[in-house]
Design a protein around this ligand. Structure first.
Ligand code: NAD
Length: 478
């Protein structure tokens, strides 16, 4: 049974109610979570507020950084145990879970090292004045996370907030709580003062809504669907709170006729099968220049047809999807595309011997997909690739920007001028040229435009999001 982590202690939920933890690879219940209530959120926010008035609030940036660096070392020391837990909770292939734990440790290392590097400045002003700009923590930061990368999301959302001296209250997804909870033990062992990190598990519409509506939080950061992101933004607006939103995507991979086609084809497959396509930055639209459409699509088809789905231990391209509802949603997209008469270009396979109760869906590639079809515009959040031909550079740019989302774009061409021309015209937060990094690097600022959200995570910029700038103007006399 998993409890909440509040004020440095494991505490039972006030309602006594629980939620099942389901292993996506078997459909079996493997644990129980506390079903958090508004009362639990109240307690967690109070613990965070108290931490800001206690040792945590007085700690120097260097000391905070050392604690985060220690967390990094402890995560690496337990790498395999945490990887197994992450794979079990989310169903992802073991090698992908191992990578996620490595990345979570890297976030702690990066932000631990950066904690005392972001500081204020002095501004030359009038002769008799001294002006300094301070960077201060917001206070109590609320974090709401999705289920696809719980370990990495903890690193990219909570860790920079702590680095800047905020006290965090986290509501992880009800479908993936085990890693954030395991990280609480690691934080405690690393010496994080009580109340600096609090985790309340539970449902979005209960614990999540109670957290975003709480009168005593100072900042909200949300990663998840655009629909819930809108609700969170409205709740934050009620109290004029700063809100960072990392939402979905429908990111294009644009392949021009002069590209290195073999390299592109390999990346295209990985960008849609990584984490079973349940990646906000999945390359889910493949835009191919008409002159090479047949040649290039054939190369992707060959790779796609070889892809397979299995349990975490089988370590295939994909694991199962996170739950029955997500499988039904993804299958719905596949069924609808077939019913619309869109050709299936290739399909991977579900490995023999997977447990019958798991939530498996074979990777599927459709094309050519009509530009206005739902499959060309909406986020599937599963291993489904929509292939669309384009005529020339102008057409490619218009098509790439033609969805409501704007998270990533991949550009494949050997023409240097075109690389930067097209990159500049992409309306999104990250552009990859002759490479593609779904998830990207810890150091690289990440976030979206349009329905993909606003604000930036990752890199040094995330630290700037988590602090308030205060200008102090002092008249010191003649
Ligand atoms: P979701 O929006 O259903 O849930 C996300 C979180 O919000 C969960 O913790 C959930 O409990 C909580 N929640 C639900 N209703 C709430 C409410 N009314 N108030 C407050 N919290 C509430 O998303 P999901 O299904 O977990 O994740 C999938 C979505 O997340 C996809 O759209 C995906 O693209 C997006 N995503 C985006 C990024 C990014 O960085 N841009 C990263 C990962 C996932």
């Amino acid at each position: 049974m998993q409890h909440h982590f509040i004020g440095g202690e494991w505490v039972a939920g006030s309602s006594g109610e629980t939620l099942p933890v389901i292993d996506p690879s078997t459909g079996e219940v493997i644990d129980q979570l506390a079903r958090g209530s508004a009362a639990d959120i109240d307690r967690a926010v109070a613990a965070a507020r108290a931490a800001l008035k206690g040792p945590w609030g007085r700690m120097t940036a260097t000391e905070r950084g050392r604690i985060l660096m220690k967390m990094s070392a402890l995560i690496l020391a337990r790498h395999e145990e945490l990887s197994q837990l992450e794979a079990r909770d989310t169903g992802k292939p073991l090698s992908q879970a191992r990578n996620d734990i490595t990345v979570a440790a890297r976030y702690c290392e990066y932000y631990g090292g950066a904690a005392d590097k972001l500081h204020g400045e002095q501004i030359p002003y009038l002769e008799d004045f001294h002006v300094v700009v301070l960077r201060e923590p917001y206070g109590v930061t609320a974090h709401i996370l999705p289920w696809n990368y719980p370990a990495q999301m903890f690193g990219r959302s909570v860790v920079p907030a702590l680095a800047m001296g905020n006290a965090a209250v986290l509501k992880p997804s009800e479908d993936a709580c085990l890693l954030p909870l395991a990280f609480c033990n690691i934080a405690k062992e690393a010496g994080l003062p009580d109340g600096a990190l609090n985790v309340v598990t539970g449902l979005g519409e209960e614990a999540g809504a109670a957290l975003t509506a709480h009168h005593d939080i100072d900042f909200v950061t949300f990663t998840g669907s655009p629909e819930v992101g809108t609700l969170v933004q409205k709740a934050a607006a009620e109290r004029t709170l700063k809100c960072v939103l990392e939402l979905g995507g429908k990111s294009p991979q644009i392949v021009f006729e002069d590209a290195d086609l073999d390299r592109a084809a390999t990346f295209v497959l990985k960008a849609i099968t990584q984490n079973g396509g349940q990646t906000c930055s999945a390359g889910s639209r493949l835009l191919v220049q008409r002159s090479i459409y047949d040649t290039f699509v054939k190369r992707v088809v060959e790779r796609f047809a070889q892809s397979s789905v299995g349990t975490p231990a089988m370590d295939q391209d994909c694991g199962p999807l996170i739950n029955a509802a997500q499988r039904q949603r993804v299958q719905g997209f596949i069924d609808q595309a077939r019913a619309s008469g869109i050709p299936v270009l290739a399909q991977g396979r579900v490995a023999d011997g997977v447990p019958g109760g798991g939530f498996y869906v074979a990777p599927t590639m459709f094309g050519p997909v009509p530009r206005d079809h739902r499959l060309a515009c909406d986020e599937v959040f599963g291993p489904v690739l929509a292939v669309i031909p384009f005529d020339d550079e102008a057409d490619a740019i218009a098509l790439a920007n033609a969805t409501d989302f704007g998270l990533l774009a991949g550009i494949w061409t050997r023409d240097g001028g075109r690389q930067i021309r097209v990159a500049k015209r992409m309306h999104c937060g990250q552009v990859y040229i002759n490479c593609y990094g779904a998830g990207g690097g810890v150091e690289l600022p990440f976030g979206g435009v349009k329905k993909s959200g606003h604000g930036r995570e990752k890199g040094f910029m995330a630290l700037e999001e988590f602090c308030v700038v205060k200008t102090v103007v002092q008249y010191h006399g003649k």
